[in-house]
Design a protein around this ligand. Structure first.
Ligand SMILES: C[S@@+](CC[C@H](N)C(=O)[O-])C[C@H]1O[C@@H](n2cnc3c(N)ncnc32)[C@H](O)[C@@H]1O
Length: 219
C-alpha cells in the first residue's frame, strides 16, 4: 500500500489527525530530505526512512515499490498539499514504484497560509505554479489573462529562473497596472518566516526558493 500524503507548509502542527494516524502505522516513510525534516516529529521510530534526491529518485522509488508489494505500508511525504505543484512527483511515484493508484491524502498548502496572510479569498483567485519541468509560456499567459479579468493570483515561482522580481517585471512588460499589490512570503509557518509587501512596478531584489507570492488584484 502506498500513500501520497501532504505534510503541510512546514510547522508540524499543521498536520491533520487523519495524516498523523497514517504516519503512525507506516513501515516506510519516504520523500525529499527537506520535506521529511518538516514532519519528522510525527514519524514512528520503527519506520524505515528512505530519503530522496533528484539523482537517486528513480532507484529509491523502485525500492519503495518493491517494499509496498511485499505488504509494507509506505508513505510518501509531499510538501504542503500534493494537489498544488505536486503531480510531477506523484507521477514519478506511479511510474517508478509501479503503482498506478497511490492513496492520496491532501494536506495544508502554503497557498492556504499565503491566502490567509494576504487576506485574499480563494474564490477570487487563481493558482499557478512555475515550479515544473518543461515550458512555462502558457502558464505565464494564463496569469496575464487572469489578472486582466480582475482575479488575484497565488503563484509558486520557478527557482531561480522566474522568481518574484522576474514575474513582476514580466507582468509590467505585459501592460498590467504597476500598482497591483504583491505579497511575497518566505518560509511560511517556519521560524524564519518573512513577508514583504510591494507592487508589481516596484518589486526588486532576490528571494528564497521557499517563497510564494500573492498578487492582490483590485481591478
Ligand atoms: C514543488 S512546490 C510544492 C508546493 C506544495 N505542494 C504546497 O502545497 O505548498 C514547492 C514550492 O512551494 C513553495 N512553498 C512550499 N512551502 C512553502 C512555505 N512554507 N513557504 C513559502 N513557500 C513555500 C516554494 O516556492 C517551494 O519551492
Amino acid at each position: 500500500m502506498i500513500y501520497a500524503l501532504g505534510i503541510g507548509p512546514g510547522d508540524p502542527q499543521f498536520l491533520p489527525l487523519k495524516s498523523w494516524d497514517i504516519l503512525k502505522k507506516a513501515d516506510v516513510i519516504s520523500g525529499f530530505e527537506t520535506v521529511l525534516n518538516y514532519a519528522k516529529v510525527h514519524f514512528p521510530t520503527s519506520a524505515k526512512l528512505v530519503s530522496l534526491n533528484y539523482k537517486n529518485q528513480k532507484e529509491k522509488l523502485n525500492e519503495v515499490g518493491i517494499m509496498s508489494r511485499e505488504g509494507k505500508v509506505c508513505v510518501f511525504c509531499f510538501m504542503g498539499d500534493l494537489n498544488f505543484s505536486g503531480y510531477d512527483f506523484l507521477n514519478n511515484i506511479k511510474t517508478y514504484c509501479e503503482d498506478p493508484d497511490p492513496v492520496k491524502i491532501p494536506g495544508i498548502s502554503s497557498a492556504q497560509i499565503a491566502a490567509t496572510r494576504a487576506s485574499v479569498p480563494f474564490e477570487e483567485s487563481i493558482f499557478t505554479t512555475f515550479h515544473k519541468a518543461g515550458d512555462i509560456e502558457k502558464d505565464k499567459e494564463f496569469l496575464v489573462q487572469a489578472l486582466k479579468l480582475g482575479k488575484s493570483a497565488i503563484i509558486i515561482p520557478l527557482p531561480w529562473d522566474f522568481m518574484p522580481t522576474e514575474i513582476c517585471k514580466y507582468l509590467v512588460d505585459k501592460k498590467l497596472p504597476p500598482e497591483i499589490p504583491v505579497h511575497i512570503f518566505e518560509h511560511l509557518t517556519l521560524e524564519n518566516e518573512k513577508s514583504y509587501k510591494t507592487t508589481i512596478g516596484e518589486c526588486s531584489g532576490s528571494y528564497s526558493d521557499m517563497s510564494i507570492i500573492v498578487l492582490q488584484n483590485n481591478l
